[in-house]
Design a protein around this ligand. Structure first.
Ligand code: ZN
Length: 139
């Protein structure tokens, strides 16, 4: 069995954003030389997510509105977590609902997606360098 590990770095200038990282994961798959197996992609931070859905701007605006309704960024005092002096209580909750990681099958050297599936990095507390782990196992 072969294995491959790489960290992808992001520095999203805004507080929140969704980034399609499918091309970077695809590049990792080509670098790995693995043609049958599994790829795990996970956010390495507790205020960011990795998830799979459609690359469609209306949907991304809907996520933004929905997440802000569930866990609005302000008022900062809404969150007990922020009593530590932080201001990202909302980002921890947004990360929880959007998920930590995805696993995608690799078949014939390709990411074996369903229709329209793409991999996204969800940033909920941006403005700094953060990482995503890509781990590929197989042969
Ligand atoms: Zn925090």
């Amino acid at each position: 069995m072969k294995s491959f590990r790489k960290e992808l770095w992001f520095n999203v200038p805004s507080r929140r954003a969704f980034v399609n990282i499918t091309p970077q994961v695809d590049q990792c798959l080509r670098e790995s030389g693995i043609t049958e197996g599994l790829v795990l992609v996970n956010a390495m931070h507790i205020t960011a997510s990795v998830f799979i859905n459609d690359d469609e701007s209306g949907l991304h605006q809907d996520y933004e509105g929905w997440l802000e309704k569930l866990a609005p960024h302000e008022p900062i005092s809404l969150y007990r977590h922020n009593r530590t002096g932080e201001d990202n209580g909302d980002a921890h909750l947004k990360r929880q609902i959007m998920g930590r990681e995805v696993v995608v099958a690799i078949t014939n050297g390709k990411l074996d997606f369903g229709p329209w599936e793409q991999i996204f990095y969800g940033e909920f507390d941006g403005g700094r360098r953060k990482r995503v782990l890509v781990k590929i196992i197989g042969e």
